[in-house]
Design a protein around this ligand. Sequence first.
Ligand SMILES: [Zn+2]
Length: 134
Amino acid sequence: MKKVPINKDAYSASSKKSVGFEFLNDYYEDKKYRCKKCYKQDVYTAEQQKKTFEIKKAYMWQERFICNLCYQEMIEIKKELSEIEINYLKDKESVMRNKGILKRWLFLLKEYPKYWRKENTAQINFVQKAIDND
Ligand SMILES: [Zn+2]
């Protein structure tokens, strides 16, 4: 198994203050995990861990629990959701009149929490109402 040296100095300030920081190993090792979205087994590679904690400065106790493919899907959903929101803010009336967009919006809002993201209940209720009120 491939080992990648840990550079503790590159960790985020909050990680450095975290209990357990001083007990970190000297190396990252590949970690097997099962995706909580699609249940496929994936590997959190030593290189990916180094990038997450030392370049992206993620908190050291952050675990990976959805696979790369599901993560990419989640990013796409998030992107489309924010595009719809921007369109809505620009022209509320035409979005509210468009059943196709409203249904797509609702679908995406309900998909998003399946990726272990926070559900936007207020927005789901709002869009649901807009679809029903006709
Ligand atoms: Zn997955």
